[in-house]
Design a protein around this ligand. Structure first.
Ligand code: ATP
Length: 337
């Protein structure tokens, strides 16, 4: 189910002062995609996410989730609609006094899911998230990753079209984060659910999302395909988020002069898997040494970064740079700092 924001804004009044949590924003999240929203604390991510299921109501604009315009729904219709928009949270929000099964049953009951079929549905959901053996366990006896799996099972109980994820992996260690992200990917693929993820971690976006919006000060300042955002960040805030992958330290004893250049190259997509170095060694009368390098996989697509020290005649270095600039899929990277 697609999500469309048309000139949506949200202003809070706090101690008599207006806070523009979301400035007028138009945005389309496509049916079946995994869409990420990244930004620093206070950028407006939670506000945007909570507007999707109307946990916050907009100050202006229209929000369509599928065919429904959310601000136009009656309270009763909104309650039913929300059952089709699951949500998971950083702190899991499980009911501690209920078992895993009872936590899931709670939302089935609220949606008037037929009583005789609830147990079967719970089994099905626990199987999906890999927790079939934890049915009668209480949340306090689960690990963080297991708690989030219960959160996911609960969010999926009523067969939603949309899943909203509010920093769902921020409280988890890196390994557990990976397994939860893989589970979300599988759910997206197998069930075709549109997933919207908010995070302050670019690693989550890189692993999970297909498109990403970067938020700053209540606005979506950059939006695009995740690979494009990583390989060609435009806005300073975006550059700040992706800088980790470009961040190579230059050893102090290595100095750049006119006969000794440090060049950082980006190899885009399939070009990252070609052997460019051979050509450089062969075609130029230069001494070329590798200072650093790596290949990042963004959504499974390679982005190669290579930092070279090139020594020799300045004319020959210029010839090399000109040729690099003409090579498709290869770009000189500016170092973001
Ligand atoms: N209920 C509220 N009343 C007043 N101000 C609010 C309210 N909720 C959010 N804000 C303010 O709106 C702005 C955006 O907050 P929001 O929580 O959407 O940002 P965020 O990017 O999700 O940040 P975080 O990662 O810290 O949750 C912030 O300045 C915040 O203080």
């Amino acid at each position: 189910m697609s999500i469309v924001f048309k000139d949506v804004s949200k202003t809070y009044i706090h101690k008599g002062k207006e806070i523009n949590a979301l400035r007028p924003t138009s945005l389309t999240i496509h049916e079946g995609e995994i869409f990420g929203l990244i930004g620093f604390s206070g950028a407006g991510k939670s506000t945007l996410l909570r507007l999707i299921n109307m946990l916050e109501s907009p100050s202006s604009g229209m929000i369509h989730v599928g065919d429904d315009e959310m601000t136009g729904l009656s309270n009763k219709d909104l309650r039913v609609k929300r059952q089709k928009i699951g949500m998971i949270f950083q702190q899991f929000n499980l009911i501690e006094s209920k078992t895993v099964a009872e936590n899931i049953e709670f939302v089935l009951k609220a949606a008037e899911y037929p009583k005789g079929q609830r147990d079967g549905r719970i089994d099905q959901l626990l199987d999906l998230v890999g927790l079939s053996d934890k049915k009668t366990v209480y949340p306090k006896n689960l690990s963080g990753g297991q708690k989030q799996r219960v959160g996911i099972a609960r969010a999926l109980a009523n067969d939603p079209d949309v899943l909203l994820s509010d920093e769902a992996t921020s409280a988890l260690d890196p390994d557990t984060t990976k397994t939860i992200l893989n589970l979300l990917k599988r759910i997206n693929k197998e069930l075709g659910i549109t997933i919207v993820v908010i995070t302050h971690e670019m690693a989550v976006i890189k692993e999970l999302a297909e498109r990403v919006g970067v938020m700053s000060d209540g606005a979506v300042i950059e939006l695009g395909d995740v690979y494009q955002i990583f390989s060609e960040p435009k806005h300073e805030v975006t550059k700040g988020f992706v800088q980790d992958i470009y961040d190579f330290e230059v050893p102090a004893h290595i100095v750049e002069t006119s006969e000794n250049r440090i060049i950082t190259l980006k190899f885009l997509r399939e070009s990252a898997e070609e052997n460019h170095l051979n050509k450089l060694y062969r075609n130029y009368d230069l001494s070329i040494s590798i200072l650093n390098g790596r290949v990042e996989y963004i959504n499974g697509i390679p982005l190669g970064i290579l930092m070279l020290q090139v020594s020799g005649e300045s004319d020959e270095i210029r010839r090399l740079i000109e040729s690099i600039d003409k090579t498709p899929g290869v770009e000189r990277a500016e170092i973001y700092d």
